[in-house]
Unconditional design. Sequence first.
Length: 159
Amino acid sequence: MFQGKAKTVSEYLDGLPPERRAVVGKMRSLVKKHLPKGYAEEMNWGAITYAIPLRTFPETYNGQPLCYVALAAQKNYCSLYLMGIYGDAKTSQWLADAFKKRGLKLDKGKACLRFKSLDDLPLDAIGEVIASLPPEKYIEVYKGSRAKGAKGAKGRPSI
């Protein structure tokens, strides 16, 4: 997914070029401002992640903390992974509409928003998306998606 060997968020930020450090640092502040209680900031997969710690929810498919948001600086852009919109067509469309209303170009994968500067993003809408899913609800969604996957169903339930 990402590259990098940083063990701490500070180490990760210190390893970024100044212009990327500024962008990632400001996005990190936005994430932390809107993040519901119960998620923990850590380094995982070479990115800053906001996840449900294993001590709270250890039953993940890969033995890793259940990631809700991830933030990383790539070679040519930054990435913000909003796992809460993955498989949630309604929230994903709402976010796409927020980009359109503001005249911004949406550069998105399934859960990944790619951007070069914060001016590329509707920060208020992103804050709302991040704030919208407390850990308890996210665990329910995760469990539902795993149960559906085990039965051969595709996709995740709406959040």
